[in-house]
Design a protein around this ligand. Structure first.
Ligand code: FRU
Length: 507
């Protein structure tokens, strides 16, 4: 594969060919970030799941490795996680070396067809050669399903200091179940969380539990990520989160966060339609200290039918998650990892800076007023905005076919927006061009910033330092090759702007 196909991202991870969904088994080990992923090597649509595999030493460039886990008589290999078993608690280590242990869900399609409810259960596999080859544990499954729940999957395992044991965070239909283990093999139910909290527009999937320091404070809190499909604020798949405390047994909401997630309301990690099933890397060294996240850049509403020919879907860029006390309460911010800056090439203009007038109103001459720009780029915009402004402003991407993608901020609504209705092919799904309604601005500062990563067929917006995030994909018939800043209404001024070409990560 040359990664030159139409829509193929240049600096995002995508599989060499065929179908990919969730990131799995993300773990840092001996200088490598592992990325496994839900993979069907025989087709460009979802099918019997495997774990595909890639590694990176810098979170930017990825090396494809061979398929790590194949389906077997126990079922397809669904989503899960991986840990370094430093103290060899599992006894699966060899010659004093800590094994890598993957914890995943088996999905037994035959049992499902036969009408049983217990067709999803948890299993482990281990590796002694830096994840290059894997042995499935002979005693699988390690956590059979005696819950009566069909949806019982996506184990995320981490070491809990409070419990002094391994804790498995598992999606169980409409709630999260926590299990504990001394050895990654024998699991005991600890508690359940969430059946009456957060959003329940769909089934809960792909959870993650980790601790984050509160920025500029001495406190730290636990964050529980929960992906849900459907039920996302702008339709289909999305990831909500809860802020609280996990005491080793039970997750309790922080009192200051509780009112945000009652009455079916959720707080969302990303308001775009294309960031799903994301979780964080295990075992990132303390000397690094970052909580590193990556998600699947698609949506079950249309993932199987998007117009790419040889492969389907990409991951978001790796992001750093941080926890902040904001005017809206505790919020998780996301920012692209700094390593991506190594891809910056030449700087280009996105605006006429003279007089600091940000942009012309949208007119038919849009295209004429645009600046030439690469299809894979980074753009940073900083505005001042007056209280009471009703302006609508942001960035347009344009191509030679008259297609246009728009992303920006609507001050009258207090929300960011993404408009891909005229951005190219959308004939493959009605859900793709549904209206984009929610992406609340959290910050109340008079200075507003938009940091955008654009990669041919996707945009990731990190607004206000990552307080509001919007990730969206689109399919222009030719690459966007111009950009234009637009502004409608009064009370907004561009302070500065930078554009950088971003290099491809593929050889
Ligand atoms: C989320 C998900 C997981 C499941 C996997 C199957 O996108 O539905 O819950 O493990 O995909 O491919």
């Amino acid at each position: 594969t040359d990664y030159g196909e139409p829509h193929r991202p240049r600096f995002h991870f995508s599989p060499p060919a065929n179908w990919m969904n969730d990131p799995n088994g993300m773990v840092y080990h001996e200088g490598e970030y592992h990325l496994f992923y839900q993979y069907y090597p025989d087709s460009t649509v979802w099918g019997p799941m495997h774990w595909g595999h890639a590694v990176s030493t810098d979170l930017v460039h990825w090396e494809h490795l061979s398929v790590a886990l194949y389906p077997d008589s126990l079922g397809y290999i669904f989503s899960g996680s991986a840990v370094v078993d430093h103290r060899n608690t599992s006894g699966l280590g060899k010659e004093g070396e800590a094994p890598l242990v993957a914890i995943y869900t088996y999905h037994n399609a035959e049992r499902e067809r036969a009408g049983h409810d217990d067709y999803q259960y948890q299993a482990i596999a281990y590796s002694h050669d830096r994840g290059r080859s894997w042995t499935k544990y002979a005693g699988n499954p390690v956590l059979p399903n005696n819950t009566g729940l069909r949806d019982f999957r996506d184990p995320k395992v981490s070491w809990s200091e409070a419990a002094n044991q391994w804790v498995m965070t598992l999606a169980a239909q409409d709630h999260i179940s926590f299990y504990g283990s001394d050895n990654l093999i024998d699991w005991e139910h600890l508690s359940d969380f969430g059946s009456d909290l957060g959003s329940h527009g769909g089934v809960w999937e792909c959870p993650d539990l980790f601790r984050l320091p509160v920025k500029d404070g001495d406190d730290s809190k636990h964050v529980l990520l929960v992906s849900i499909n459907p039920g996302a604020p702008n339709g289909g798949s999305g990831t909500q989160y809860f802020v609280g405390n996990f005491d080793g047994t039970t997750f309790t909401l922080d009192p200051a966060f509780a009112s945000d997630v009652t009455n079916e309301r959720g707080v969302w990690l990303d308001y775009g339609r294309d960031n799903y099933a994301g979780v964080t890397w295990s075992d990132v060294p303390e000397s690094d200290g970052r909580r590193l996240f990556l998600g699947w850049m698609s949506n079950w509403n249309y993932a199987n039918v998007v117009p790419t020919e040889t492969w389907r879907s990409a991951m978001t860029v790796p992001r750093v998650l941080t926890l902040h006390q904001t005017p809206a309460g505790y919020r998780v911010f996301s920012q692209p990892v700094a390593e991506l800056e190594t891809l910056r090439g030449s700087e280009f203009a996105v605006a006429e800076m003279e007089g600091n007038q940000p942009a012309q109103p949208a007119t038919d001459e849009s295209a004429a007023l645009a600046f030439p720009a690469p299809a894979s780029a980074e753009v940073k915009l900083r505005y001042s905005i007056e209280p009471g402004s009703q302006a609508r402003f942001g960035l347009e991407l344009l191509n030679e076919d008259g297609e246009v993608y728009r992303i920006g901020y609507d001050a009258a609504k207090g929300h960011y927006f993404s408009d891909r209705r005229a951005a190219g092919d959308h004939s493959f799904s009605d859900a793709f061009t549904g209206t984009f309604e929610q992406a609340p601005r959290i910050s109340d500062s008079g200075e507003l910033s938009m940091h955008l990563l654009i990669d041919r067929a996707s945009v990731e917006l990190f607004a206000d330092g990552g307080a509001t995030v919007v990730t969206e994909i689109f399919f222009p018939s030719t690459d966007f090759n111009r950009m234009r800043l637009f502004a409608e209404g009064e009370g907004v001024r561009l302070l500065d702007s930078q554009g950088y070409t971003l290099a491809s990560i593929w050889p």
